[in-house]
Design a protein around this ligand. Structure first.
Ligand code: PMP
Length: 431
């Protein structure tokens, strides 16, 4: 109201100014104008957009898709703490806490453990840009969108990219991986642990040994699985591991933990060329995060201060709860969800229960239904996000994510109720 009143006053003043300019007293127009609201003499030609004069509106939604997930009050509250300088000692302390929290979540003792100022993609690019030089061979396991994405990132920076491709939901045996590594002799092998586009949790055991045997680095994406399914960076001989903040960690999107072991550090700090990205160059980031042994941390970029507060709190919640309890809970709630989905007559997309990703469940699109219509109905009538497939799984699946804070049987009930309602009310396109 107040804004509208101000604005119409401003329009009135503008009319008065125009009238003054037309009058015989035009010589005095400058002083007349000076006495008027400064907006009527503004030098800007583009007015403030009406949308910016309205208050911010954010609806309450059940985020039961593959992320972002709803955020617990403690994490939300951390984002409203006062901003401090990104190079203040208190901030370094918070970053040190984050580093320890990531080491716990990843089960690693790696010193080179940081968070990217950016989403999961920033960590993907950081990993590839730092350990691969143009012309070097990279092998990527593709079984959904994330392998496709990493292959493209590596291709863009000039790597010699080889892919092993399976349909969404497919997975690779150790023999297949070793054969491909022997053939392509990559410096880096990429695998997605939690393929959120297909709902698959890929086995990891033994692959690190194969990579070591062939002098290749093992890079694993746990954006959709960290905190929901067991991963042991050191024990499983993973050389580079990354995740995102907005899934089972339940922080807002925009930060992405990543860790490099000594093998990865050796490769990235003995390269002949500089990484193509300045922002993601680990020589700078390792100093910014106090990982390079230097007592002075120099300015490199301004980190997302509030985002780091939230990440710290989300890692603290995971530490308090305990990884094993978090894994157990995701398993229990996902099993409950599977049963409810089957009771509704829905078919789970990943037939082997041991290969299902506990954080993101995929169901085959029910015969005769339009998945977009169902998802639209659920959003409209239940204020609930579920999603369709992504990349190669589009048109194959619908995805339900119950991660971290959202991972509760009561939420599974809500999701099942919404699905049952959609099944009843969404017109069948085929008989
Ligand atoms: N990897 C996986 C497995 C993901 O699920 C996602 C996000 N859906 C990403 C990478 C990319 O993360 P972001 O959207 O945060 O960049």
């Amino acid at each position: 109201m107040m804004q509208r009143a101000l604005f119409s006053r401003s329009a009135l003043l503008a009319q008065q100014a125009a009238a003054a300019l037309d009058s015989p007293l035009v010589g005095r127009s400058a002083s007349v104008l000076q006495r008027m609201d400064h907006r009527s003499v503004s030098s800007v030609t583009i007015p403030p957009p009406a949308c910016m004069l309205r208050p911010l509106e954010v609806p309450m939604r059940y985020l039961f898709g593959p992320g972002p997930s709803n955020v617990p009050p403690r994490v939300l509250a951390s984002g409203s703490r006062p901003i401090i300088g990104h190079l203040h000692p208190e901030m370094y302390e918070i970053m040190n806490d984050i580093k320890k929290g990531i080491q716990y979540a990843f089960q690693t003792e790696n010193n080179m453990t940081i968070s990217m100022s950016g989403s999961g993609h920033a960590a993907m690019e950081c990993a590839v840009f730092n350990v691969v030089e143009p012309g070097e061979s990279v092998l990527v396991a593709v079984n959904g969108i994330w392998g496709e994405r990493v292959a493209e990132i590596a291709e863009r920076m000039g790597a010699n990219v080889h892919t092993m491709v399976k349909a969404p939901g497919g997975y690779y045996t150790k023999e297949e991986i070793e054969q491909a590594i022997e053939k392509h002799k990559p410096v880096l092998f990429f695998l997605t642990h939690g393929e959120s586009s297909a709902g698959l949790c890929h086995p990891v055991d033994g692959i690190g040994d194969i990579c070591r045997k062939h002098n290749c680095l093992f890079l694993v994406d746990t954006v959709a699985s960290l905190g929901a399914a067991p991963i042991f960076m050191d024990k499983q001989k993973i050389d580079i591991l990354y995740t995102g903040s907005q899934k089972a960690l339940n922080a807002p999107p925009g930060t992405a933990p990543i860790s490099f072991n000594d093998r990865a550090c050796y490769k990235m700090f003995n390269r002949k060329t500089k990484p193509i990205s300045y922002l993601f160059d680990m020589t700078h980031l390792s100093n910014y995060w106090g990982c390079d042994g230097n007592t002075v941390r120099a300015y490199h970029h301004t980190g997302p201060v509030s985002g780091f507060f939230a990440l710290r709190e989300s890692l603290a919640i995971l530490a308090e709860k305990g990884l094993e309890e978090s894994w157990r809970k995701h398993k229990e709630v996902s099993a409950y969800l599977y049963k409810g989905l089957e009771d509704l007559g829905l078919k789970l997309f990943i037939p082997d229960r041991d290969l299902r990703l506990p954080s993101v469940t995929t169901i085959a699109i029910p015969e005769g239904y339009d998945w977009r219509e169902m998802l639209g109905y659920i959003m409209k009538h239940h204020q609930m996000e579920m999603t369709g497939g992504l990349g190669p799984s589009i048109g194959m699946v619908m995805r339900i994510g119950l991660m971290g804070y959202n991972c509760e049987k009561t939420n599974a009930d809500k999701a099942l109720h919404a699905l049952a309602d959609a099944l009843k009310n969404c017109k069948k396109s085929k008989a």
